[in-house]
Design a protein around this ligand. Structure first.
Ligand SMILES: Cc1cc2nc3c(=O)[nH]c(=O)nc-3n(C[C@H](O)[C@H](O)[C@H](O)COP(=O)(O)OP(=O)(O)OC[C@H]3O[C@@H](n4cnc5c(N)ncnc54)[C@H](O)[C@@H]3O)c2cc1C
Length: 397
């Protein structure tokens, strides 16, 4: 017990920050190592050009897909992880989503809704989950949708947003995909890490990239700490890998390869496997009139015919935002005309699990791989437009 820390946590996103919160409450001495730095709290994280066009805050690391095509994933390496940028929709899984559903290739969870329910309660308190009234134009549209097809059920979308955001139009229009400089949007940094900063049990080290796990000299199964890329070594009796679903498996795989555990452990092939990313499509509708709603993302639609899918409203859209998704040659008056009349929806299908859909470390000097093919997930694939540019399908053999 001579070590200065009881636990080293790798990553300061949703996972790392909530583990740190609970451990520090229990009086454990926590060291959190985060690859990125803190985001600026000026208004640059609300700027469409810097956020979407220039991708100033996005990770720039190259990956390859399962067909060796290079891409840069939508990862964000900063204090608070992706929660700084997320859309603030804080939904609970329904009880049925914890059960196995072989027809949709969904694996069962090791525990059910009832066990998780008190933790949902606590998370919703910490992240100040609110529900907002639908603004007039959205309400009229939703009424028309549900009148036309009563199978669609509208519910208020639980949002990690403070009600005061409605008094700040710029932030109300820019929370979905942006980082809030004033803390109107609940995120891991503002709601979990900042309140712990003065606590002697909590140490946050930004700009520290973990390169490898450290282990006992005679036993690679006993993890004793982590090595960082700057050569530093941090030890503790427990290490929590919370570097995100695209990074944690690679750190584990590298450890297993370096120590030969990949050949010894029957569970080794599972690491990085069953990777899910959900299938998301944005659907845009255009009204004949300018849409004056501001917050917009206040409702979610369910339909029992699609038990693993939802339709959420998207946040504010205007000509500037629309232009980031269109060729630069499209004239500004066109994007402004259509942007002012656009209403967006975000259609999400849970994609099911397949062991071959996996994250693979490229090892030293190699590029990491996301080997993901929707054709391994037939039930989810059926519900996805062939034209979705985010989902690469190989040519038919
Ligand atoms: C644009 C966008 C919108 C989203 N909207 C929603 C939404 O509305 N609702 C919702 O529920 N979810 C949403 N999500 C998903 C949600 O944000 C993520 O599921 C969640 O934040 C993942 O948390 P995490 O802790 O697992 O990973 P991350 O948030 O990625 O955190 C991992 C952290 O580890 C750090 N790290 C990585 N490698 C290392 C290393 N080697 N050493 C040290 N640190 C490392 C990273 O920098 C990062 O800070 C959205 C995501 C995005 C990108």
């Amino acid at each position: 017990m001579n070590e200065p820390f009881d636990v080293v946590i790798v990553g300061s996103g949703a996972g790392g920050a909530s583990v740190a919160w609970r451990l520090v409450q229990a009086g454990r001495r926590v060291l959190m190592l985060e690859k990125g730095g803190a985001l600026p709290r000026d208004r640059s994280t609300l700027d469409v050009k810097q956020v979407f066009k220039e991708g100033r805050f996005k990770n720039k690391e190259l990956w390859v897909d399962g067909y060796n095509k290079q891409f840069i994933p939508g990862e964000y390496y900063n204090v608070g992880g992706k929660t700084k940028w997320y859309g603030a929709a804080l939904l609970r899984f329904s009880p049925h989503e914890f059960e196995a559903d072989p027809g949709h290739q969904c694996l069962g969870w090791p525990f059910g809704y009832d066990e998780l329910s008190p933790w949902y309660d606590e998370a919703e308190r910490l992240l100040v989950v609110n529900r907002f009234a639908n603004e007039p134009e959205l309400k009229a549209l939703l009424d028309r949708i549900t009148r036309a097809d009563p199978a669609w059920r509208v519910e208020p979308l639980p949002l990690g947003l403070k009600p005061e955001i409605l008094q700040n139009e710029e932030e109300a229009k820019h929370f979905d995909g942006y980082a809030s400089p004033s803390g109107y949007k609940s995120d891991a940094e503002c709601n979990l890490l900042d309140p712990m900063l003065g606590n002697p049990c909590f140490t946050l080290m930004p700009d520290k990239t973990v390169a490898a796990l450290a282990h006992a000299p005679d036993d690679p199964l006993v993890i004793t700490g982590v090595h960082c890329t700057d050569g530093s070594l941090w030890t503790a009796p427990a290490v929590v890998l919370a570097a995100g679903a695209m990074s944690s498996p690679r750190i584990l795989q590298d450890h297993m390869t370096a120590t030969g555990l990949d050949r010894l452990l029957p569970s080794a092939p599972l690491v990085g496997g069953n990777f899910k990313m959900h299938i998301n499509s944005a659907v845009l509708g255009f009204s004949a009139f300018k849409d004056k709603d501001v917050l917009r993302k206040t409702a979610i639609l369910f339909n029992d015919a699609f038990p693993h899918s939802t339709v959420q409203c998207l946040g504010w859209i205007d000509g500037e935002i629309l232009a980031t998704q269109l060729p630069a040659a499209v004239p500004k008056f066109v994007t402004n005309t259509f942007g002012g009349r656009a209403i967006g929806f975000f259609v999400t299908t849970e994609d099911g699990s397949d062991p071959q859909n996996r994250i693979v470390s490229g090892g030293q000097g190699g590029l990491p791989m996301m080997n993901y093919d929707l054709r391994r997930l037939t039930p989810a694939d059926k519900g996805t437009p062939e034209t979705d540019p985010c989902l690469r399908r190989p040519p038919d053999p």
